[in-house]
Each structure stands twice: as structure tokens, then as C-alpha cells.
Write a protein that binds this ligand. Structure first.
Ligand code: NAP
Length: 479
């Protein structure tokens, strides 16, 4: 912790907030303050914007190979410092160290992937249908970007945006979540070390997100917003982006269905459920939120899932052998408690967990609820905690209708051994991603994103860089 930057990163310099304001960063495992960091206000945000705007033209002209090599060096530095970064992430966010190490590798991979994409930005040329006009198509960076990230994957949500922005030749202002700013500041230091020119990345940590972001979005100099967070905040930012017609990418909330058919391999289904539910303590947009299990296998599935959930060790993420760390804060835990209480009031049975432990920290036990009423609030609310809610169904049409009966459409999980059914159901689910007999879909080489109110655009994969590029078409008549 001693070497971790705690100031704003603007124009390549580490600065205090102009008004000297600071804010605390808490350890969710103890409730204690880890450190204080700079708390940016509107003046600092304007300075960061100015640095990004000033750096844009020269950065856009940088050779793609040079941008690629900066990302590649940063990828290697991140991997070299896996342990240090994992400890930092666990301290500010709570996830167990093993998961934090996994996130460091996942985060680094976005830099490796986009270091390879930076040198593959293509254009085009052609003869137009009239046979006389020629067309030259080139691609250019969209311009200075505002990147806003959530707290649940503090490093990976940053690299998933910064990687393609650097590859495309965009400059940026990053505003990380106030609960987990340290990972982003550490990342900025690594990119500086890897040779990123001053002003290309600027990081403003703040407790006044609305106050500092709205003027940037309305001001017209920021040309792109890439946001990951809740649907409610995404909707607000889309409205703010409309005025200056800012291009937007939105990675928003989910309400993932996890469907277990009667012909599923239950070993695979329970393994998949453990990942889809318990990765990141359930604090993931991809977390399975509604388990629909065919009535003929529901009892066995519930019993086996409860057995697996019941032996997980809950405790501070730094402690050896811990599987489940604390939730992010008391507000997050309070929401989980209220959703479970509501489900139980409406008739759900608690197979395991369901009781908040005494003592400090924001812990909540792995919980399995069965006989959940479709009227329960957790059916249309992201639980964002280690709670599996099981409902039963009778046939395929019914479960597809119920799975799609939500405004969200990020991911769905399907467990069946029948190939026809697997394809039929996957095609009918209104989601951007499907996990077929697996509980994990995230991969830097795949396009991540949702439909409906889960978002706009994709991150990662071959298309991830497109979000940061514009086309320019040059018309040339040949006489
Ligand atoms: P959140 O409350 O929407 O916050 C996300 C980010 O937006 C934070 O940095 C937050 O800062 C900022 N923010 C909030 N209000 C803002 C405003 N008016 N102007 C500018 N920035 C503002 O979400 P969260 O609780 O951090 O994260 C959990 C949500 O993220 C869940 O819904 C989850 O599904 C979603 N998520 C989606 C994906 C995906 O790829 N689809 C990935 C991860 C998470 P402040 O906290 O300071 O307001």
C-alpha cells in the first residue's frame, strides 16, 4: 500500500485536488479506512479533459506499432506484479486473493489482445457502382473519451476500456468507482512506466461523479463515453450525452436466467451454477440471478447446490482458504438481506445460508432459496450477492418466455445434453451472450455485451476496438 498512488493523474503528473479535498477508501472486510485519496472537483475534471484534448492530435498520429508495444509492455508489467495488484484489489474490494489474481490475469489479457488489434485496424478501397467514382475508406480514433467504471472488477473494467482506446489512438479521462480507485491509479502508474505519453490517460478519483462528469459530457470536447455500471445511471448518462451527440458504449446491468433442463448433466449444471453464481461473491453483471430448473430435477439440483454452497468458507479475502469475501459495503449487503427477506415472506424455503453474521465487515453467507415465488422482488432486481434463487418450470416454451420476461438481456445460461435444444433455446433467448453447459462467458477475445436495457455496443473481441474508431470515406471521381 505504501507505494500506491493516491493523487489524481493528469497530463502525466500526480496532483492533489485543486481544492485539497480528499476522501477515504475503506476495507470492506473490516470497515476500517485503508487510506485517503484525492477527491476531484469540477476544476480538476476540466484540467483532465484539457490534457486529453491537447494530447489527442499527436497521439492519433502515433504509429500503431508504437501503441501496440506500450500495451504489450503494460501487459507484461501487470503480470510481473500480479501479487501486488491482487493484494491491492482484495484490500479495497474484498474478493479473495485467488479471485483477485484471476482478475489480474483477465485484466492483463485485454492489453495483450488489444496490443494485437492495434496493428490490424483496416480500411478499404473500391470502385463505386457507377464505375467512375472511387472510394477510399480509412479509420480514425473517435477522439477524447470519458471512461466510467464500477467497483466490482476494479482492474478488468479499466483495461477493457483503456486497451481498445489506446489501440485506436484515443486519449481519455478515466473516472473509477470511489470504492475501488487504488487499482485504477496503480494501472495508470504502470502505463506511464510502459511509456504512455503524458495526457493520453488521465485519472480522476472523486466522490462527486455527477458534478464532474455532466459538464464533460455536455461540453462537446469529449467525443465518446464508455460506461460500465447500473442501468439507471447508464440511462442518465445517455440523456446527458444526447446534447453534444457523444458516441456511447453502455455495459449495464443484468438479470441472467440459468436454465437446467431435465436432460442436463447435473454435475455440469452444479459446477456451472457455482461459477455463474459465486464468481466475485455474486457481485457480477453476469451473475445467475434466476435459476429455472425443470421440476423433475429441481429437488436434486437444489440439494446438491446447497451442499456445495454450504461448505464455502466466508471471511476476509486475504486469509488462506477463504472462498467468499465480504460484499462491497453495508448498502450492498442491506440490499441482499432485504431481497432474501422478501422472498422468504412470499414462501421461499432457505436450503442454506440466509442469515447475516455478527461482527465487523460486510459478510453475507452463500445462500440457496427454493420454491421462490415469481412475484419475489429478486426476480426483477440484480441480487449482487451470493444468493441462488430456484424456481421450477414444466416445458421449453414456458421457460423461454419467463427467461425473456425482463427488461435486461446480458447473458443466459443453458444446461442440456441435447444439441437441437441447446441451439433452439440459445437462439430464442433475448441476450447478448449464452453460456452453454458452462457458467463462465467472459473472455477478452469474445465480444462482451448485452441487448435490451443491458447495454449498447460490445467490449473485447475483434469488434471491441470498433467502439473507439470512426470511418472516414474519401470520394474520388476518376476522369
Ligand atoms: P453504478 O452505481 O451505476 O456506478 C458505476 C459508475 O458510475 C461508478 O463509477 C459511479 O460512481 C458512476 N456514476 C454514478 N452516477 C454517476 C453520474 N451521475 N455521473 C457519472 N458517473 C456516475 O454501478 P455500480 O454499483 O458501481 O456497479 C454495479 C453495476 O454495474 C451493476 O448493475 C452491474 O450489473 C453493472 N456492471 C455491468 C457490467 C457489464 O459489462 N455489463 C460489468 C460490471 C458491472 P459513484 O459511485 O461515485 O456514483
Amino acid at each position: 500500500m505504501t507505494d500506491t498512488p493516491t493523487q489524481l493523474f493528469i497530463g502525466g503528473a500526480w496532483l492533489d485536488a485543486a481544492d485539497g479535498a480528499t476522501m477515504p477508501v475503506d476495507d470492506p472486510a473490516t470497515g476500517e479506512i485503508l487510506c485517503h485519496i484525492a477527491d476531484a472537483g469540477p476544476k480538476d475534471a476540466r484540467l483532465a479533459e484539457e490534457a486529453a484534448v491537447q494530447a489527442q492530435e499527436e497521439w492519433a498520429r502515433t504509429a500503431p506499432r508504437a501503441r501496440s508495444e506500450i500495451l504489450r509492455r503494460a501487459y507484461e508489467i501487470i503480470l510481473d506484479r500480479t501479487d501486488e495488484l491482487a493484494h491491492l484489489m482484495t484490500a479495497e474490494m474484498g474478493k479473495p486473493l485467488a479471485e483477485a489474481r484471476g482478475e489480474v490475469a483477465y485484466a492483463a489479457e485485454f492489453f495483450r489482445w488489444f496490443s494485437e488489434e492495434a496493428v490490424r485496424i483496416d480500411g478499404g478501397a473500391g470502385v463505386l457502382p457507377d464505375g467512375r467514382n472511387r472510394m477510399l475508406l480509412s479509420r480514425r480514433p473517435v477522439g477524447p473519451c470519458l471512461l466510467i467504471t464500477p467497483w466490482n472488477f476494479p482492474l478488468a473494467m479499466g483495461t477493457r476500456k483503456i486497451g481498445p482506446a489506446i489501440a485506436a489512438g484515443c486519449t481519455m479521462v478515466l473516472k473509477p468507482a470511489p470504492q475501488t480507485p487504488l487499482s485504477s491509479l496503480a494501472l495508470a502508474a504502470i502505463l506511464q512506466e510502459a511509456g504512455l505519453p503524458d495526457g493520453v490517460l488521465n485519472v480522476v478519483t472523486t466522490s462527486r461523479a455527477g458534478e464532474i462528469c455532466e459538464p464533460l459530457l455536455r461540453g462537446g470536447r469529449i467525443r465518446k463515453l464508455s460506461f460500465t455500471g447500473s442501468t439507471a445511471v447508464g440511462q442518465l448518462l445517455l440523456a446527458q450525452s444526447a446534447q453534444a451527440v457523444v458516441r456511447t458504449s453502455m455495459e449495464l446491468g443484468g438479470n441472467a436466467p440459468f436454465i437446467v433442463f431435465e436432460d442436463a448433466d447435473l454435475d455440469k449444471a452444479v459446477d456451472g451454477a457455482m461459477v455463474a453464481k459465486m464468481r466475485n461473491m455474486g457481485e457480477a453483471c453476469t451473475a445467475a440471478n434466476r435459476f429455472f430448473v425443470h421440476h423433475s430435477v429441481a429437488e436434486e439440483f437444489g440439494r446438491r447446490l446447497a451442499e456445495r454452497m454450504g461448505v464455502l468458507v466466508v471471511g476476509p479475502g486475504t486469509r488462506d482458504g477463504v472462498d467468499v469475501g465480504p460484499l462491497i459495503d453495508r448498502t450492498g449487503r442491506g440490499k441482499v438481506e432485504a431481497l432474501v427477506a422478501d422472498a422468504v415472506e412470499r414462501g421461499a424455503r432457505v436450503l442454506v445460508g440466509g442469515r447475516t453474521p455478527e461482527g465487523p465487515g460486510c459478510f453475507y453467507p452463500p445462500t440457496v432459496l427454493t420454491d421462490v415465488s415469481p412475484e419475489s422482488r429478486l426476480m426483477d432486481t440484480e441480487i449482487f450477492g451470493p444468493v441462488a434463487a430456484i424456481l421450477t418450470f414444466d416445458d421449453e416454451d414456458e421457460v423461454i418466455r419467463r427467461a425473456n420476461d425482463t427488461p435486461w438481456g446480458l447473458v443466459g445460461y443453458v444446461f442440456t445434453e441435447g444439441l437441437d435444444r441447446a441451439l433452439r433455446v440459445s437462439e430464442r433467448l433475448e441476450v447478448g451472450m449464452v453460456g452453454l453447459n458452462t457458467g463462465l462467458v467472459s473472455n477478452p477475445a469474445a465480444p462482451f455485451g448485452g441487448v435490451k436495457q443491458s447495454g449498447l455496443g460490445r467490449e473485447g473481441g475483434r469488434v471491441g476496438i470498433d467502439e473507439f474508431l470512426e470511418y472516414q470515406y474519401l470520394a474520388m471521381p476518376v476522369r
